[in-house]
Design a binder for this molecule. Structure first.
Ligand SMILES: *Cc1c(COP(=O)(O)O)cnc(C)c1O
Length: 388
């Protein structure tokens, strides 16, 4: 089955639900059994059977199955946020005395979690250059218990050579965890590139409508029990209503991604030709430092990228953003609507230096007509000029 067909048919069973196209919302905490014998036989570590609301309902399982199958993983578990989907597997693999390698371009709150919750508990956290590739081998130690990747980074869009990193880690039996939110289960197949644990902020493109917070962790068979048990032991669970909403959104991720990618490329190319723009950072663009890796490993691009202004006064950058009428100013991305923020990545590095050489803007391109978005950016540039 091609992926658009799979996306339409995966994790649906109308015959089981009185002919309903979608798995309904099941709300419960308690599940009751016909007799004590069946109650006492309910458990084990099979997390695919209904036994208590905390461990999932048919609504939860439908979403988890859809995400896992789209990505080609063994199984998935959903958690209340993208950040929870990062924290749980890190906690699952690391204890006092262990060593963790984390990419220097990592999502800010991932770094905060490592620095404030792993380091004080005796985990040695070491940040590495996103361009390291096979060179990661030199950083692997006998006590290294995980390598954390994120490719591309969600502010600076530096690409990582995931297959090279994964090959080095695998040779030493070290699991590779990766934040694959940008790649999405639609455009990136993590398990074909050696990743063991794929982490998504389902808040972004999976739900796709800026109205649900969600995380998803997809693993291969080797890592499943460790990760799933840790999620259960932390007590993470997602409401069936949010699972229903997220699966409803996920059904259309294919059309959204293709449309948003095409618009993002058109807008990125238009920005490249602007005299005010020093550089556009978007791996899907020919000439981008990460283009070859993106082309080799990805089937498409998210509609999230950054661009750097030629040096201007901070007030001009503020005027540019404030002049935009269609782009919202706010955190997050992956919804149906466009967003713009000033991306401040300089202060977030410890292993490498990030010097963009001018103010950097991050754009999320939504489902609007790209011509209208370009006209909106033109309004921004006109305002910028009036301040310079
Ligand atoms: C937003 C984001 C997260 C966290 O997702 P939340 O649901 O907001 O907690 C994690 N990783 C990346 C790359 C993100 O952009």
């Amino acid at each position: 089955m091609k992926k658009d067909t799979l996306l339409t048919h995966v994790a649906r069973d109308p015959a089981k639900y009185q002919g309903m196209v979608n798995t309904p919302v099941y709300r419960t905490s308690t599940v009751i059994y016909p007799d004590l014998g069946s109650y006492e036989a309910r458990g084990g570590d099979d997390y695919k059977k209904v036994r208590y609301g905390l461990y999932g309902t048919p609504t939860t399982f439908a979403l988890e199955e859809a995400i896992a199958k789209m990505e080609g993983g063994h199984a998935a578990v959903v958690v209340p946020s993208g950040l929870a989907a990062i924290a749980a597997p890190l906690a699952a693999f690391l204890k006092t005395g262990d060593h963790l390698l984390v990419v220097d371009s990592v999502y800010g709150p991932t770094r905060t979690f490592c620095d404030r919750h792993l380091k004080p508990n005796g985990v040695e956290v070491e940040y590495y250059d996103p361009r390291i590739g096979a060179g990661i081998d030199k950083l692997l130690r006998t006590n290294t218990r995980a390598v954390f990747c994120e490719s591309p980074g969600s502010l600076t869009f530096e690409m990582q050579d995931i297959p090279a990193i994964a090959a080095a880690a695998r040779a030493r039996g070290v699991p590779v965890l990766a934040d694959t939110t940008w790649g999405t289960p639609y455009f990136f197949r993590p398990f074909e590139h050696g990743i063991d644990v794929s982490i998504h902020a389902g808040t972004k493109y999976i739900n796709g409508h800026s109205d649900v917070l969600l995380g998803a962790i997809v693993t291969n068979e080797r890592c499943w029990k460790t990760v799933r048990k840790t999620v259960a032991e932390y007590g993470y669970c997602v409401s069936p209503d949010d699972c229903y909403m997220a699966l409803r959104g996920f059904r259309t991720i294919g059309v959204r991604m293709k449309h948003q990618m095409a618009s993002a490329l058109a807008i990125a190319r238009w920005l490249q030709a602007r005299p005010e723009v020093k550089r556009v950072i978007f791996p899907a663009l020919e000439g981008d430092a990460g283009h070859a890796l993106w082309k080799r490993d990805f089937e498409g691009a998210a509609s999230l990228f950054s661009f750097i202004f030629n040096p201007v006064r901070p007030a001009a950058v503020t005027a540019f953003i404030d002049a935009l009428e269609l782009f919202g100013i706010g955190s997050s991305w992956g919804g149906f609507e466009s967003l713009a923020i000033v991306a401040r990545a300089e202060g977030q590095r410890t292993a490498t230096k990030w010097d963009p050489g001018g103010p950097m803007i991050r754009l999320h391109i939504g489902l609007e007509d790209p011509d209208d978005l370009i006209a909106d950016l033109e309004r921004g540039f006109a305002k910028l000029k009036s301040v310079v």
